[in-house]
Design a protein around this ligand. Structure first.
Ligand code: MG
Length: 156
């Protein structure tokens, strides 16, 4: 059995906050606004896995108003999604992710982020792909967007 999942997330920039994307800290004068560490890439990836499983989404499982998740590393959300996948007998075939932003320039960090995503997912790097795209003038430069697609497989 194969199941595909899609996750999309956007966060506004916040001056002075640590920027974390895909669990990697990236030098920048701003981070991403959010109740947790604001890691929109891990949020999109988590939602893609949850979506493939037909589970509730990240906002339902980890509500913004819950003080337990304030400032929490978003890898915690991904771990929960992976736990649910494992409980249903699914493993990750591959994940393909896109980050849309003009700043900071992500090319120096793409490999690092990809390696960290693979580590967090518990798969080899070849199963994870990451693309960085520019806004090309669309929307205001006030934040960034991430989109992830995952394929999960289970033995019948
Ligand atoms: Mg989010």
């Amino acid at each position: 059995m194969l199941r595909v999942g899609l996750g999309l997330d956007g966060h506004l920039f916040e001056e002075g906050k640590k920027l974390v994307l895909g669990g990697v800290e990236i030098p920048a004068p701003f981070g991403l606004k959010g109740h947790s560490d604001g890691d929109a890439l891990l949020h999109a990836l988590t939602d893609a896995i949850l979506g493939a499983l037909g589970e509730p989404d990240i906002g339902e499982l980890f509500p913004d108003e819950d003080p337990r998740f304030k400032g929490t590393p978003s890898s915690l959300f991904l771990q929960e999604a992976l736990k649910r996948a494992k409980a249903k007998g699914y493993r990750l075939v591959n994940a393909d992710c896109v980050v849309v932003t003009d700043r900071p320039k992500l090319s120096p960090y793409k490999e690092l982020i990809r390696e960290n995503l693979a580590r967090l997912l518990g798969v080899e790097k070849e199963r994870v792909n990451l693309k960085a795209k520019r806004r090309e003038g669309f929307c205001r430069e006030e934040g960034l967007f991430c989109q992830c697609v995952v394929l999960l497989a289970a033995d019948e």
